[in-house]
Design a binder for this molecule. Sequence first.
Ligand code: ZN
Length: 86
Amino acid sequence: MSNHRRRRKARKMSQRKREFLERAGYCNQHHNLSRCRGGNKSSQNLILFDERRHAAFHLLCGNRTLREAAELFIRLDNMRKKYYGM
Ligand SMILES: [Zn+2]
């Protein structure tokens, strides 16, 4: 890779990083076990999400824990395999 391409790639990566940090600047604390289900503010229960990912998680998964969400996606994938055989 030429020096010019390497510099361009580095500049592009730093722009991506800058954009990520801009988004991450709007970080939310996500409770793995939601407060309405008895979750607390301990560091074991809190996860930092940027705002967009946090909203997307709740849109897809409601108040499920990460493990419950993963189990839901596995169950959906198993249903897909059962019905479409892929
Ligand atoms: Zn949350």
